[in-house]
Design a binder for this molecule. Structure first.
Ligand code: NG6
Ligand code: CA
Length: 500
C-alpha cells in the first residue's frame, strides 16, 4: 500500500466508524437472541440465476448442499443483487454505494485499476475494525493496481484488497474468460515464474502469440461461440492478450478446488477468532470447465458447473461442522447477477436447457437485463438458532444493504458518509420481523436503471436502446417508451401498464 493510500484510508475509516451499540441490537442481545460476534461468510456465486438451484424449484440439476443450507435457514424469493453484471454488482455489495452513480464501474477488463477507491468504506473495513479476520477469496473483478493504462503483473499490485479492509486475499483479477489467467495472493502473482514474465494488453496482441481467432485448432478444451477469441490459455481462448505466466497459469478444471482449498484454510486459521469471509466462486461463469468428477449433469457443462458449485458449498458446510463453528457462522449465499445460457462459449448450455431448465425461473430477461431476471437472484441466509429454519420470505431485499445490516449485527453505528445507499435491513435478512425494502433501484447494462416500488416495477425510457445483450439473446429491457409492470399479477413482466 502506498503512503498516499494509507493516509487517505486511515482518515476516512476514522471518520466513518464510531463504535456504539445500536439500541435495537443491544436489546435483542440482552434477550439472548443474537450471538455476540458470529463469523460471517458471504458466499457469492457468479451468474447463478434465480431458477438454477434446487431450493428454487429448478429441474435438470440437483444441488443438495444448497438445499440443506436453505432448510437450515431462510430462503428469499424477491432478493436482488444491485446490478445485472459482476463489477457494478460487487462494487455495490462491498461499498453500499449504488454503482450506477459512477460511470467507471462497468464490467472491468482484466487489467483495470482498482475501482473501489481506497478511501471508500467497505464491509471488510467494518469487520476488520470490529476485530474480525477478513478474507477475500475467488473471483474479484474490481480492478487491481493504480495504473489506468494497465498493470505490471511482475510486481506487487497496489492497491489490492488489503487496502480495502481485507487482511488476506487470494483472487482472480477479473473473470476466468479474461486475461491474466493467474492467481493473485495479497497483490502478488502466485507461483510467479521468473523465467516467464507476464505481459497483458487489452489493445494489441504480442508478436508470435497465437489467438483463438487465428488458431482455432489450438482450442482443445473449449471454443468460443461469440467473442472470446483472443489469447489462448489451457486450450481455451479468452478476452484480452497475454504473454508469459509459465507455471503460474491456472488450469480451469482446478479453479474450484483452489478456491475451496484457500477458503477452508482461511477458516481453519481463524477458527479461534471471529472472521468475515467474502467467498466468491468462479462457478458458474464462462468458460464453464469443471473438473471431471462433476461432469454428470444432463445440462452439460453449465449443469456440471452448478454441481461443482454445490460441491464447494458442501465443503464449506462440512468444514464448519468439523470445527464446531456451524452454529456460530452466519452464511449468506447469493449470486452476483442473473443467469445466462450462452455467454460466449460453445458449451451447449442453450440446447441442453431447452424444455427442462429455466435459469431465471418465471422471470423475464437474465444477466444484463433490467427485467427481473437480471438482478433477482437466489438468497439464502442461515444462522442456526437465530434465523428461522426452512422458511421462505417474499420481502424485497437488496445486496446494497449488506454493509449497514452487518454494522447493525455488530452493534456499530456508521457515519452517514459510509455506505451512503445502504440501509439497516438486519431484521429482514435474519427473518426476525423486518418487512424488507419498499423502494429499490436495479441496474442493467451500462448505467441503465429500473425502479422497484413495492409490487411495481418501472423502467424509464432510453433514447437509443440496446435490445439484446450480444449474442446471448437476452432482452436488456431497454425501450424508448416507459414501462410499468405489476409484479404481483405479472411476475414475467409481459403486460406494460403504460402501453397504449
Ligand atoms: C461480457 C462477455 C461475457 C462475460 C461478461 C462479464 C463477451 C461477448 N461477453 O462482455 O462473456 O464475460 O462480459 O460477465 O465478451 S460478469 O459476470 O463478469 O459481469
Ligand atoms: Ca457475474
Amino acid at each position: 500500500m502506498s503512503m498516499e493510500h494509507q493516509t487517505r484510508r486511515q482518515t476516512a475509516v476514522g471518520l466513518a466508524l464510531t463504535a456504539s451499540l445500536a439500541p435495537a441490537v443491544a436489546q435483542q442481545r440482552a434477550e439472548g437472541h443474537l450471538p455476540e460476534r458470529p463469523n460471517v461468510i458471504v458466499l457469492l456465486a457468479d451468474d447463478i440465476g434465480w431458477g438454477d438451484l434446487s431450493p428454487y424449484g429448478t429441474s435438470g440439476v440437483e444441488t443438495p448442499a444448497v438445499e440443506e443450507l436453505a432448510q437450515r435457514g431462510t430462503r428469499f424469493t424477491d432478493a436482488h443483487c444491485v446490478a445485472a453484471t459482476s463489477t457494478p454488482s460487487r462494487y455495490s455489495l462491498l461499498t453500499g454505494h449504488y454503482a450506477w452513480k459512477r460511470e467507471d464501474t462497468g464490467v472491468a477488463s482484466g487489467d483495470a485499476p482498482m475501482i473501489i477507491h481506497p478511501e471508500q468504506y467497505t464491509v471488510a473495513d467494518l469487520f476488520r475494525e470490529a476485530g474480525y479476520a477478513t478474507g477475500a477469496i475467488g473471483k474479484w473483478h474490481l480492478g487491481l493496481g493504480d495504473n489506468p493504462s494497465g498493470q505490471d503483473w511482475n510486481q506487487k499490485l497496489s492497491p489490492n484488497p488489503q487496502d480495502l479492509g481485507f487482511d488476506y486475499s487470494y483472487i482472480m483479477a477479473a473473470t476466468a474468460d479474461r486475461v491474466p489467467c493467474v492467481w493473485i495472493e495479497n497483490g502478488q502473482v502466485v507461483d510467479y515464474d521468473p523465467s516467464s514474465p507476464i505481459f497483458v494488453s487489452y489493445k494489441h496482441n504480442f508478436p508470435g502469440e497465437p489467438t483463438g481467432r487465428d488458431h482455432p485448432e489450438l482450442l482443445y478444451n473449449l471454443k468460443p461461440s461469440h467473442g472470446h477469441d483472443q489469447s489462448i490459455i489451457n486450450g481455451i481462448s479468452r478476452i484480452g492478450y497475454m504473454k508469459g505466466g509459465g507455471r503460474a497459469l491456472w488450469k480451469d478444471e482446478l479453479i474450484a478446488d483452489s478456491i475451496e482449498h484457500h477458503a477452508v484454510d482461511f477458516i481453519r486459521q481463524n477458527k479461534d477468532r471471529p472472521f468475515f469471509l467474502y467467498l466468491c466462486t468462479n462457478d458458474i461463469h464462462v468458460p464453464r470447465f469443471p473438473k471431471e468428477e462433476y461432469r454428470t449433469s444432463e445440462l452439460g457443462l453449465r449443469g456440471d458447473a452448478l454441481l461443482q458449485f454445490d460441491g464447494t458449498v458442501r465443503k464449506i458446510l462440512d468444514e464448519l461442522e468439523r470445527l464446531g463453528l456451524r452454529e456460530n457462522t452466519l452464511i449468506i449465499l447469493t449470486s452476483d447477477n442473473g443467469g445466462v445460457l450462452d455467454d460466449g462459449y460453445d458449451d451447449k448450455a442453450t440446447e441442453l436447457a431447452e424444455g427442462r431448465h429455466r435459469v431465471c425461473g418465471p422471470f423475464r430477461g437474465g444477466k444484463y437485463s433490467l427485467f427481473e431476471g437480471g438482478t433477482r437472484v437466489p438468497f439464502i441466509v442461515s444462522l442456526p438458532g437465530v434465523v428461522p429454519e426452512g422458511e421462505v420470505v417474499d420481502h424485497l431485499v437488496s445486496h446494497i444493504d449488506l454493509l449497514r445490516s452487518m454494522a447493525s449485527l455488530l452493534g456499530v453505528t456508521l457515519s452517514p458518509v459510509a455506505a451512503p445507499d445502504s440501509r439497516d435491513q438486519l431484521s429482514t435478512w435474519l427473518n426476525r420481523g423486518g418487512t424488507g425494502r419498499e423502494l429499490m433501484v436495479e441496474q442493467g447494462l451500462g448505467t441503465t436503471i429500473a425502479i422497484r416500488y413495492g409490487k411495481y416495477k418501472f423502467i424509464p425510457p432510453v433514447k437509443r436502446p440496446t435490445r439484446r445483450a450480444w449474442q446471448t439473446g437476452i432482452e436488456t429491457g431497454q425501450d424508448t417508451i416507459p414501462q410499468l409492470y405489476d409484479l404481483s399479477t405479472d411476475p414475467g413482466e409481459t403486460h406494460n401498464l403504460l402501453a397504449r
